[in-house]
Design a protein around this ligand. Sequence first.
Ligand SMILES: Cc1ncc(C[n+]2csc(CCOP(=O)(O)OP(=O)(O)O)c2C)c(N)n1
Ligand SMILES: [Mg+2]
Length: 577
Amino acid sequence: MGRNVADALWEMLQKAGVKRCYGIVGDALNPVIDALRRNGNVDFVHVRNEEYGVFAAVAEAYFTGNPVAVCGTAGPGVTHLFNGLMDARKEGASVIAIAGDVESKLIDTATLEELNPYKFFDTAALYIGRVVNPEQARAVINTAITTAVIDRGPTVISLPGDVAASEAPDGMHAVAIPAKAVFRPAEADLEKLGRLINDAKTVAIFGGEGCRDARNEVLALAAKLKAPVGYSFRGKQWLEHDNPYATGMTGLLGYGGTYNAIHGADLLLLLGTDFPFSEFLPNGNVKKVQIDTNPKHLGRRTALDLGLVGDVQATVAAVLPKTREKNDTSFLEKHLAQTREFDELLSHYVEKGPGIKPIRPEYLAATLSALASDDAMFFADTGTACIWMARHIKGGANRRLFGSFSWASMANAVPNAFGAQLAFPGRQTIALCGDGGFTMLALGDLPTLVQRKARVVHIILNNESLDFVNIEQQEAGFVPFGVNFKNPNFARVAEAMGAKGIRLEEPGDVKDALTEALAYKDGPVVVDAVVDPYALSLPSHVPFHTAEGYTLSLAKQVLAGRFDDVIKTIERNVRLV
Ligand SMILES: Cc1ncc(C[n+]2csc(CCOP(=O)(O)OP(=O)(O)O)c2C)c(N)n1
Ligand SMILES: [Mg+2]
């Protein structure tokens, strides 16, 4: 027999730029993996849990721009892919899942491990194809690849082993992937946008992931309009560094002057952001324009005066010549000053850090940021790690920050970092993980990293709690419950598994321990940092229900005056004086 369907599958994936496939083999996938072995051009990364493989694939796809394959086999192996595929969908990563399916003659008979892929993947995948006949394979594989790449999300090829092993029809291997299209709003809408900008005395910008390729244009617009620039977590890495107009983030992780800037401006430009926390966005007095490639994003978080469908880069470039320069810098200066003030507030933790035990996570994160290389890639687990990354890890032209920002799954950071390390070997990849997150997924796959000598620096925030939920419960006025647990010494566990382990308990040792960890070149290193579980973190603006919750839960105190003053009082006083 000549080429089989599985051979053609790998040829097509390889031609589309797939360099790796993460997953676990078995039954239906055996002919698929045999074809991968014979092909020789795609690295098969055996992981101990399929979910870990998908989070690795998400980071690889997101940062390289290439599609990445994952695989899991029939039923249970396939279900393990799901959470990661949801993450791929929300983070915009081109991940192609090859789902082993039951033999084609047994489909729809509820046979062992049978799972209906259409029903199961419906929420996660942008496209699901079930290859039940070799004649159909080219079209299905082609659609799965082009959809994943162009719409930047997960797709699924459900493949019974017998079909994978069947002879492929001739000529089944071309995939034509176009370059990224330029997407601009209609001229009439650009004119309207120009008028809105020119009529506004003050303009504020709030940018998100859609500013990834538009940094220069956004900064040029800010310079011309003297506009403060705030950003979502996903926008931070593109817009914050080396930006004289940057005013920080808003939302629950917020810091700096952005909240007040976007509420105080005449006009707010929402650029490539689907920032989901509507209560942090202005209503009423502020006019709002949103620009996004995805029309579903327009107006769903806040009511708009104008919505434009287009790339931020192309749209801003097109509107720049239509705008008049503004010369009054007072609005900008006011919010930059507020940003500096909040920066100083945050630096209290850092300055006092060496003297406070248990170790303050703020101090740990800030020291890490200072020691890490200029092109380090940082990954944060969902949990308090996100807060410390948002506030204390400084970005840079070549630094990267990533997490499960929009799906918000736990346990993403280490597998994300692993995928990035495989894609960029030797580059510093650092996972800030929760102890809940580390034990949920990362621990089981530590041997995978040891085996591959993958240089992933794990920094575990060992607070023996699901601290983020602990904070959440207090914000909501609950008595914290179900959030505490006991940990082993993770440094010793890591050593037993063949990784380097560093136990960190003394604040005075933070610098040396992190320096040692970052310098380690022989594989994964696990820094088990015993940190303060009572590291209270409040945003630069506290919505009323949050403040109310804290009042109930913590002390039923003050809170009659201005929220900002209250936050400052708490920030300055908790364990710092
Ligand atoms: C898979 C999953 N389960 C539960 C949650 C809800 N959740 C969000 S953060 C969090 C706590 C994380 O704890 P840990 O990893 O220890 O980090 P910490 O906040 O303590 O730093 C939980 C349970 C989630 N987001 N994802
Ligand atoms: Mg924890």
